[in-house]
Design a protein around this ligand. Structure first.
Ligand code: ADP
Ligand code: MG
Length: 604
């Protein structure tokens, strides 16, 4: 397999040679653009007998062979090293700031990987698996990167010693499948429990996810909030039915859950103050039209022969808007929401009739109100029947911190929930939102698959032991490779120890001994004391799907990287871009040299 890179990327390749010794049967040889120095020299006997065939364009950079595999492995290890320290409850956070001044503090592997903007072609694969883990399961993003890098690290000595990567790949694939099979066997089902029991089990999973985050200190508080939110939306797959609203100020404990929809008060016009701010069992009209006195003549050409006719046009405009407003009022709705603006005339009109209105509600919020209240968004006010109106038990406009919030609670379909997050700094609330997202995903996964495994490295140690035992039964080289795979799995407990400042070798030895005794399958790292503990009994639980997906993705990624033995950097795109840049420069009179990396300059 070959990787073709964009020349703007900069990365370290392995051995390089610009010409290929043999022509490929498919691509015809091309002549060089510049005279090759070797042509100018008097030909030696050897060069006459073995003419040098130039196959790729001058400037092509190819790296191939064992050195290339090793170089890719090194790049992946370097990437994993950046996220290594974030793993686990004692993991550190990363502060990433970009040239626009944006600052992100995160512990989430996928977020960090995304922001790092990695250009190495092979290392990008790790970014992709972190992203896919994030969208597929929501958690375990650091885990997946660490596992993939560790699989590769274990493979490196073999590659250097001349083992063919495909032998490694075959063994890794088998080991990966066996590991996943074993996780499935060891997973404990939480099916068939009562709602209360289920709630507390799900909260345990959410708490484990949250324990490694900034808001880990309040994990129980947030875990139960997340579980309530997820249970509220039931089996609906739309994640955006759970809204997270961020309001800076206050403390984390001031965060609260609304069983319904809440959104920040939208921009309002004069007259808004006179509208009532609380309703019991109101009917709600959802619109996607503008309720503003608009100059209709802007859209049409009107010819007047008599100046007196002008008044009739103005009147017509007023009639149009009054007609719309009248229809809204007649529908019986007490609350009117619109995705588009509701102007001052309409605001005052509604205020006079004790109706609450809000314009410029975001699409997302409007959809959530629709889902929660059972209403339907209308694009016209003609013929508004009762069925399209939504309803809820209580509508209220409330002060939250510095903001006013419109809150709809006690909604009939009940299929929405909103978490209003409070906290000090913006970066803090943003990280809290990401953490809650992870927890929400985990609870949803646990609810769907309903099997959990012990965390804290317990499951990893148990699979490792299982694979080592299996390796002993294999004849041939594969034994080493399966063993290496097993050893690589220990990276999770080892890193948890390292990050917490424990002696990893000591803890790992204890864990190995415990697991080998046959009774300690649930034993993992005790993050509080630096010893080992029964993770299951301590409720450090993770949904099995996190581990299954992580092992699967990491195995696939490491096999993919091992199978790449050649990287070709194609100069074509470089010259094409260079020409484009030069052309643009000529067009601008050479004044604006915007050719990226000064490539345009070289061509002049
Ligand atoms: P990821 O991005 O992979 O989810 P985290 O930083 O969330 O990385 O760390 C997850 C790891 O931390 C898991 O292996 C989990 O078992 C472990 N972990 C979480 N909570 C605890 C705990 N209380 N004690 C020990 N290990 C824990
Ligand atoms: Mg996590």
């Amino acid at each position: 397999m070959k990787i073709y890179t964009n020349p703007t990327s900069c990365w370290c390749g392995g051995a390089r040679n610009k010409t290929l010794p043999f022509p490929s049967p498919r691509s015809p040889p091309t002549l060089p653009h510049t005279p090759n120095p070797s042509f100018a020299q008097p030909p030696t006997m050897a060069s006459m007998m073995q003419p040098q065939i130039i196959l790729l364009k001058e400037g092509t950079d190819t790296s191939q062979g064992r050195a290339q595999v090793v170089s890719n492995i090194n790049a992946c290890t370097a990437v994993a090293d950046t996220v290594r320290t974030t793993l686990g409850p004692r993991g550190m956070d990363k502060l990433i700031h970009d040239d626009k001044g944006g600052v992100t503090i995160s512990n989430d592997g996928a977020t960090i990987m995304r922001l790092l903007d990695i250009v190495h072609p092979a290392a990008k694969i790790l970014v992709d698996i972190a992203k896919s883990q994030d969208s597929e399961v929501g958690d375990g993003t650091t885990t997946v990167v660490l596992l993939a890098a560790e699989f590769l690290k274990e493979a490196k000595p073999y590659v250097e010693d001349g083992v063919h990567p495909h032998s490694l790949i075959r063994s890794y694939r088998t080991a990966g499948n066996m590991a996943i099979q074993r996780v499935k066997e060891l997973a404990v089902s939480i099916e068939g429990k009562s709602l209360e029991e289920k709630k507390s089990l799900l909260a345990k999973c959410a708490a484990t996810t949250l324990s490694s985050k900034l808001i880990g200190g309040e994990k129980e508080f947030f875990a139960s909030m997340v579980v309530d939110a997820v249970l509220a939306i039931g089996n609906d797959d739309r994640l955006n039915l759970i809204g997270i609203k961020k309001v800076p100020g206050g403390t984390m404990r001031d965060s609260f859950l609304v069983n319904g929809v809440a959104f920040k008060k939208t921009f309002s016009y004069a007259g808004f103050e006179q509208q009532p701010k609380k309703f019991l069992n109101p009917k709600i009209l959802l619109l996607n039209i503008e309720l503003e006195l608009k100059s209709e003549k802007e859209n049409a050409e009107i010819r007047l022969s008599d100046p007196l006719q002008y008044q009739s046009i103005v009147d017509a405009e007023w009639n149009i808007i009054y007609d719309k407003l009248d229809k809204c009022v007649k529908s019986g709705a007490k609350i009117v929401l619109s995705r588009l603006a509701i102007g001052d005339l309409a605001t005052q009109y509604f205020a006079d009739r004790d109706i609450f209105c809000a314009g410029r509600v975001t699409e997302e919020d409007l959809q959530r109100v629709a889902a929660a209240t059972g209403g339907m968004v209308q694009t016209s006010v003609n013929n508004v029947i009762d069925e399209v109106l939504g309803s809820c038990e209580v509508f209220e406009e409330k002060q939250v911190g510095n903001e006013r919030f419109n809150i709809f609670s006690g909604c009939p379909s009940g299929q929405t929930a909103t978490i209003v997050l409070r906290g000090g700094a913006d970066q803090f609330i943003e990280e809290a939102e990401r953490s809650l997202h992870d927890a929400i995903m985990i609870v949803r996964r646990a609810l769907k698959n309903s099997t959990v495994v012990p965390g804290g490295g317990a499951i990893d140690m148990e699979i490792s032991k299982y694979l080592r035992q299996h390796a002993r039964t294999i004849a041939g080289k594969s034994q080493f490779f399966v063993n290496s795979f097993a050893k690589a799995l220990e990276v999770i407990p080892r890193q948890l120890c390292d990050n917490a400042g424990f002696d990893a070798t000591d803890v790992l030895n204890k864990l190995r001994q415990k697991h080998a005794s046959g009774e300690g399958a649930n034993y993992g790292v005790d993050i509080n004391t630096g010893g080992i503990t029964d993770s299951f009994a301590n409720f450090v639980w993770e949904p099995a799907v996190v581990k299954i997906n992580a092992i699967n993705a990491a195995t696939e990624a490491s096999c993919l990287i091992l199978s790449v033995d050649e990287t070709v950097k194609n100069p074509k795109s470089e010259s094409a871009q260079g020409e484009a840049a030069a052309g643009a420069m000529a067009g601008r009179g050479g004044g604006a040299m915007r050719g990226r990396g000064g490539r345009g300059m070289r061509r002049r």
